[in-house]
Ligand binder design. Structure first.
Ligand code: FAD
Length: 390
């Protein structure tokens, strides 16, 4: 792994940065900020923005040419994700990060032909249906049923914590297709058209202010051609897909943004002197800088492994853990360094940094659970990475 970017990679970063600054001006941010939907952007704006990313050629620049991609290394993809996170741009979700990568690695040729061209143009939104009320960390415990019926499977049951289901065109859904066999053996993964009859979506509020969703399937007919991988072999498929998911979520742009914003706050001239002149503040910032840099190195390390054609597993958990724990430390240190007005919310004239740090603190609480809790992620590193006993 080379820790320096090539001249072309650096130029690409500048190009993406310029694109994002042109598109997401402070006025756009202010006008579209909407805490009622996922990620603070409205579904409508997110969808429109994703098409712009497609038109600019950013979604598939790291895909192989045979799938319509730019054929550049995965490092370019990682740079694009990094910049998107840093600029808090809409649309950097499963629709352009891990679903296409999982499809390329695990989908059938017909599925790739059907979905990849639409994904690369930024036309599709997805939801991922793994979790259920009784199966979060214990994924092999899923109960949503898929019953074979000729050329179709009939899907019934409920998924929980279904991020972005309200705007999804398709679901990537894990089901139990054989209740007689052992827990890990009787699972099957499907792509489900969200326009199919029998799907209803319910919504509920979150602590961070946006709404979350659950998806209910009532005898939904899914063509056999939408089975991903082999029937009853869904455990293998989901484990592969989750590795792509963790790699995508470990992108370091968020922590770089949090750190830079905090540093700027501490170097601001103010009555009583700059915060950064206090040795205790310096000490805290140095610690945070090291951790933020660590998150960045881990994420680009994964990109290099992918660029070599490898399929990292426990490494993705390690990178995700480092990024998310660093983000949480930046949330907490941010609130402390912003001082007594820090908990004031966006909208209050006294809220420092427009309440951004406060809302992120609430928003990032879910880092401890989503896509595998911190404990689960540590278990993966311990067992798959270090070979420790269960
Ligand atoms: C904001 C948000 C978005 C999400 N989006 C999606 C989505 O789009 N699609 C989807 O399918 N799911 C989604 N999830 C669900 C997420 O994947 C689950 O919350 C997660 O897998 C944990 O499951 P649980 O909440 O049922 O917790 P539980 O499984 O009940 O776990 C509770 C606690 O116990 C710990 N724990 C459980 N088992 C073990 C063990 N064996 N060893 C050590 N510790 C253990 C966990 O780490 C956790 O801290 C989302 C969750 C959140 C909060």
């Amino acid at each position: 792994m080379d820790l320096k970017f090539t001249a072309e990679e650096a130029a690409f970063r500048d190009e993406v940065r310029a694109f994002l600054r042109r598109e997401i001006t402070p006025a756009v941010w202010e006008a579209h900020r909407d805490l009622a939907e996922q990620g603070m952007w409205t579904a409508e704006f997110t969808k429109a923005f994703r098409r712009k990313l497609g038109a600019a050629g950013y979604i598939g620049m790291g895909w192989p040419k045979e799938y319509g991609g730019g054929g550049r290394s995965r490092v370019y993809q990682a740079i694009f994700w990094d910049e998107m996170e840093y600029h808090r741009a809409p649309g950097l979700d499963r629709a352009i990060t891990y679903i296409p990568n999982a499809l390329m690695a695990l989908g059938s040729e017909a599925q790739k032909a059907e979905f990849l061209p639409r994904i690369i143009r930024g036309e599709l939104s997805w939801f991922v249906g793994y979790s259920e009320p009784e199966a979060g960390s214990d994924l092999a415990n899923v109960k949503v049923r898929a019953v074979e019926d000729g050329d179709h499977f009939v899907v019934t049951g409920q998924k929980a914590f279904s991020s972005d289901a309200h705007m999804a065109d398709y679901g990537w859904v894990l089901t139990r297709s054989d209740s007689a066999s052992s827990k890990h053996r009787g699972l099957s993964m499907f792509i489900i058209d969200m326009k199919s009859p029998g799907i209803t979506i319910t919504k509920y509020p979150t602590l961070a202010g946006w709404t979350h969703h659950a998806v209910h399937f009532d005898q939904v007919r899914v063509p056999r051609s939408m089975l991903v991988g082999e029937v009853h072999q869904g455990w293998k498929t989901v484990m592969g897909a989750i590795d792509f998911e963790r790699a995508a979520l470990s992108s370091p742009g968020l922590v770089s943004y949090q750190f830079d914003r905090l540093l700027a706050w501490c170097t601001k001239e103010r009555e009583g002197g700059r915060l950064i002149d206090d040795p205790l503040v310096q000490d805290e910032l140095v610690r945070l800088a090291i951790e933020a840099e660590g998150a960045k190195v881990m994420s680009y390390w994964l990109a290099c492994l992918h660029a070599k054609g490898l399929r990292p597993q426990h490494e993705t958990s390690l990178a995700l853990l480092v990024k998310r724990e660093t983000a949480r430390r930046l949330d907490v240190s941010g609130l402390e360094l912003l001082g007594p007005f820090a908990p004031l919310r966006h909208g209050s004239p006294w809220a420092p940094l427009e309440g951004e740090v406060e809302v992120e603190y609430r928003d990032h609480l879910y880092f401890q659970f989503a896509a595998g809790g911190f404990d689960i992620t540590r278990n993966v590193v311990a067992t798959r990475g270090l070979g420790l006993p269960r």
